[in-house]
Ligand binder design. Structure first.
Ligand SMILES: Cc1cc2nc3c(=O)[nH]c(=O)nc-3n(C[C@H](O)[C@H](O)[C@H](O)COP(=O)(O)O)c2cc1C
Length: 191
């Protein structure tokens, strides 16, 4: 092989290597960005859906992901509860929330799931919750894997009492799952 050809081959190999490194770093960075959503501490973002006459109230606390899916699930769950007559308070988890939830008849706690892990930010909040002995409690997750719900078991263990319901909403069937969240909220709101 001639010297010129060898040099060209070396250059091509170097360019290929640099490309592989960049693609690898980009993919790694992208995955880190997505999976980091469960660790983000958001400011309070309270939304209240006022009740239509009843004095019952519900709380929906959810950790958002990078897409709108977790938000859509939380808001549709809340809408279902609201249409069943509840005032609904929706927010992110955080230190700004009360830990004594004795005022709420229904408490729903929703986590993202990446690599089998629930959101540590929601986990921190859940482990401090008090006074929900008389409330209906739902723990749910928004993820893709239909054959693994270990995040729900992990999160449930942090709550001082057993949740009444555990549910997972699947991001690979967004449209039907958003409708199911609404229906789930409506049925949760039934006496
Ligand atoms: C790197 C990575 C790991 C994931 N791990 C899980 C998992 O262990 N279990 C699961 O149900 N879904 C898993 N998912 C799917 C996400 O939970 C699902 O896409 C979710 O809706 C993400 O919300 P987002 O796109 O709004 O961030 C994973 C997604 C990514 C990108």
């Amino acid at each position: 092989m001639g010297e010129v050809k060898k040099k060209r081959l070396k250059k091509a190999a170097l360019v290929l290597l640099v490309c592989i490194v960049f693609i690898g770093l980009g993919t790694f960075g992208g995955i880190q960005y997505v999976t980091g959503a469960g660790n983000v501490k958001h400011d309070s973002n309270e939304t209240i859906l006022p009740s239509q006459g009843s004095s019952q109230s519900a709380l929906v606390i959810y950790q958002p992901g990078r897409s709108e899916f977790s938000k859509d699930i939380a808001y549709n769950l809340a809408k279902g509860l609201n249409d069943s007559g509840y005032e609904v308070n929706i927010n992110y988890p955080g230190e700004f929330l009360p830990s004594d939830l004795g005022n709420y008849d229904i408490v729903a706690l929703g986590t993202t799931v990446y690599n089998g892990n629930f959101s540590p930010v929601l986990g921190d909040y859940v482990s401090g919750i008090k006074n929900i002995d008389n409330s209906k409690v739902l723990i749910y997750s928004t993820g893709m894997m239909t054959d693994n719900t270990s995040e729900l078991d992990g999160l449930s263990k942090l709550l001082y009492r057993k949740a009444d319901y555990q549910e997972k909403f699947y991001s690979n069937e967004q449209e039907t799952e958003v409708t199911r969240a609404y229906e789930f909220g409506s049925s949760l709101g039934e006496p």
